[in-house]
Write a protein that binds this ligand. Structure first.
Ligand SMILES: [Zn+2]
Length: 54
């Protein structure tokens, strides 16, 4: 397992999601504003790119 850390594009909150080691993208919901985001792993490992879903 590894941790995907991402920043909410809407409210700026930092979120963390535990994913399996072979995961390269996933979907998570901001704990603060409940906006759904698509997350993609970057070569920076811990910090994942996030895109708000409509
Ligand atoms: Zn948010």
């Amino acid at each position: 397992m590894k941790t995907a850390e991402w920043t909410c594009a809407k409210c700026g909150a930092t979120n963390r999601k535990l994913v399996t080691s072979d995961t390269i993208d996933t979907v998570d919901k901001c704990v603060t504003c409940k906006t759904k985001h698509r997350l993609e792993e970057t070569n920076r490992q811990l910090r994942w790119d996030s895109t708000a879903k409509p």
